[in-house]
Design a binder for this molecule. Structure first.
Ligand code: NAD
Ligand code: DAU
Length: 335
């Protein structure tokens, strides 16, 4: 039996990862360490009583975090916990440094002390900065983050790799492009556009709407993470991409078409400061070393995502109405 410490497991990608591990692997136990920020939702995960434990913990609080390592034998650490939204980092960068940098340092130190078998730092293509019309990010591209969010993630990556070089710790880093799919908090472009369209509300499109992202369906990211954990080499970085570059305006138009809504719902608004123009991933390294290929193209992935948001209206309506905060209190505050 291998035990995974998954941080940020009540967030979007972390919850999809935990569900996959518990459904697909008979010999795996999961510990979810989550601070339950606004972006977390316990309803992202059903209860798994036998092989699943939850700790409400801030990874920036080292004493609290140490309890998990003292009380459990941890084999793999997968660090998803982060403040993840670029716009929020522009408004208030401090918490991004606290969680994404200090929190990662705490995890690294405790993981080293307790001799974990592997430490996977979940990172982002945004650490590489912004591309022009041509070219792709490879693992050799120098880090050049341009927002407080991406600067905090690049810092965490460098700390993680320093633990490999300095202490020989078994660290790996994966850097992924823009995820979408079930359970994504509705502040991010795709769920925001789907929900606003369903509610006949304006969809804010930043600047000229022609910024490009490489979109990946969350299940593909989860598969890639499992492959990196199984087959990746320690001390290495692995890019993960979806092979699906698209302009923001085209993504929104596709969603509106699928929902039979008019393009008049698009509202061009002031641009995001420092808005990265284009991301694109060369992920040939993970493909050649592990066999990873994304299974979803953008159209199939978005159709599946729209379907999920239509069928799970209660999930997002509760978030929008703010009731989920009361739910947190009931479920976890007095534990
Ligand atoms: P999310 O915002 O949906 O979830 C983040 C989770 O981390 C939440 O459950 C939150 O409560 C938890 N958390 C935040 N601060 C914490 C702290 N101090 N201690 C413990 N838990 C804390 O994020 P996401 O979109 O699922 O992203 C997960 C990870 O993947 C992040 O590290 C992000 O940088 C990375 N990533 C995301 C994307 C993407 O497109 N969403 C792409 C590449 C990489
Ligand atoms: O590339 C990986 C990154 O993708 C992750 O590291 C981040 O955690 C994740 O939040 C995401 O960052 P982005 O800034 O690319 O995602 P977001 O959904 O905020 O924006 C996607 C694009 O859409 C971006 O060009 C900004 C634009 N946008 C976004 C919002 C929320 C709009 O035009 N209107 C909007 O309302």
């Amino acid at each position: 039996m291998k035990t995974y410490l998954v941080t940020g497991g009540f967030g979007f990608i972390g919850s999809n990862f935990i569900r996959h591990i518990l459904n697909m692997r008979k010999n795996a136990a999961v510990i979810n360490a989550d601070k339950l920020t606004y972006a977390a939702n316990p309803k992202n995960l059903p209860d798994y009583p036998e092989d699943y434990k939850f700790y409400k913990i801030d990874i920036a609080d080292k004493l609290e975090l140490a309890k998990i390592f003292n009380e459990n034998r941890i084999d793999f650490v997968v660090n998803f916990a982060a403040e993840s939204h670029v716009d929020r980092s522009i408004a208030a960068p401090g918490i991004f440094v606290k969680t994404n940098v200090e929190g990662t340092l705490n995890l690294l130190e405790l993981s080293m002390k307790h001799n974990v078998e592997k430490f996977l730092q979940i990172s982002t293509d945004e650490a590489y900065g912004s591309l022009g019309a041509a070219g792709k990010f490879s693992e050799e591209t120098p880090l050049s983050p341009r927002s407080p969010y991406s600067a905090s993630k690049a810092s965490a990556d460098m700390l993680a790799m320093s633990f490999f070089h300095t202490y020989g710790m078994p660290v790996l880093i994966s850097r992924c492009s823009n995820n979408y799919g079930p359970y994504q908090f509705p502040e991010k472009l795709i769920p925001l556009a789907i929900i606003n369209a369903l509610n006949n509300k304006d969809i804010p499109l930043y600047g000229d709407g022609r910024n490009i992202r490489d979109w990946i369906y969350v299940d593909d990211h989860v598969d890639a993470i499992c492959l990196v954990l199984e087959k990746g080499k320690t001390g290495e970085v692995y890019n993960i991409g979806g092979n699906s570059e698209a302009e923001n305006a085209d993504i929104i138009k596709f969603i509106l078409d699928k929902l039979n809504k008019p393009s008049s719902l698009i509202k061009y608004v002031k641009d995001r400061p420092g808005h990265d123009r284009r991301y694109a991933m060369d992920f040939s390294k993970i493909t050649s070393e592990t066999g990873f290929m994304p299974a979803y193209g953008i159209e199939k992935g978005i159709e599946k995502t729209i379907d999920w948001y239509i069928k799970n209206e209660n999930w997002w309506k509760e978030i929008l109405s703010g009731n989920y905060k009361e739910y947190y209190k009931e479920m976890y505050e007095n534990r």
